[in-house]
Design a protein around this ligand. Structure first.
Ligand SMILES: C[S@@+](CC[C@H](N)C(=O)[O-])C[C@H]1O[C@@H](n2cnc3c(N)ncnc32)[C@H](O)[C@@H]1O
Length: 216
């Protein structure tokens, strides 16, 4: 994990429209929630999800995007509350796949539940106590660790969690996978963001627009 001053850098200008890949998008697009004349004007977004019911642009398992997404296609990856749905042993391959589709000077913004925050809030007598309310409904310690139980009960097994992370553990794994630098930022929904860079961190200012209350 690197908590040093943010990187600065400039990259060669793109000769094509920049693209954000929203991996494990769920039903909502990210950039449609950003101001039309804001810093993402001119960007396009490609949504990818395993669940066809979410109507993504690409129905695919993000553990293997070969055949679905070309090498270097993504200027930014946004992957919010998805990595915890994988078995732990799959994480290195998933992160390697992210690096494969990242363009030079690209970055991946990964948001996951924060097991450290959850453990600090653990109430031994009441694992079902509500910690916060998400768009899918109330979320307890059990939900953060094992996946949103109401969604799983409704039959959406994609929502079950199979592993978990702290800021330190995910940053370490991203560095091991080949990201050159990782910065983490605590969220306010029992989660955190890890931003992994390769190259010159050209999209640093844009990432600042993505990480924040607008994305709840
Ligand atoms: C908790 S939701 C998060 C949705 C959205 N990213 C957000 O932050 O609101 C997890 C999403 O990941 C998708 N998902 C789970 N495993 C996946 C996989 N292996 N490949 C692609 N999508 C997956 C689920 O279908 C679901 O839409």
């Amino acid at each position: 994990m690197d908590r040093a001053e943010p990187r600065t850098g400039t990259a060669a200008p793109l000769t094509r429209r920049p693209v954000l890949y929203n991996l494990g998008s769920g039903p909502r697009r990210l950039l449609s929630r950003m101001p039309k004349d804001g810093p993402f004007a001119g960007w396009s977004e490609v949504t990818v999800d395993l669940d066809p019911g979410n109507h993504p642009d690409i129905v695919a398992d993000i553990a293997d995007l070969s055949g679905a997404v070309a090498d270097g296609a993504a200027d930014l990856i946004w992957c919010s509350h998805v990595l915890e749905h994988f078995h732990d042993h799959q994480i290195p391959a998933v992160l390697a796949g992210f690096l494969r589709i990242l363009a030079p000077d690209g970055a991946a913004v990964i948001r996951v539940p924060d097991l450290a925050q959850v453990m600090r809030r653990l109430d031994e007598t009441d694992l079902e106590r509500v910690l916060y309310t998400s768009p899918a409904g109330p979320v307890s310690v059990l939900d953060v660790i094992y996946g949103h139980r109401a969604s799983v009960e409704a039959g959406n097994l994609f929502m079950a969690h199979r592993t978990g992370f702290t800021e330190v553990s995910l940053a370490r794994r991203m560095l091991e996978a080949g990201f050159e630098e990782v910065q983490t930022h605590v969220g306010d929904a029992m989660d955190f963001w890890a931003v992994g860079y390769i190259g010159s961190a050209a999209n640093l200012k844009l990432i600042g627009q993505l990480i924040g209350p607008a994305q709840k």
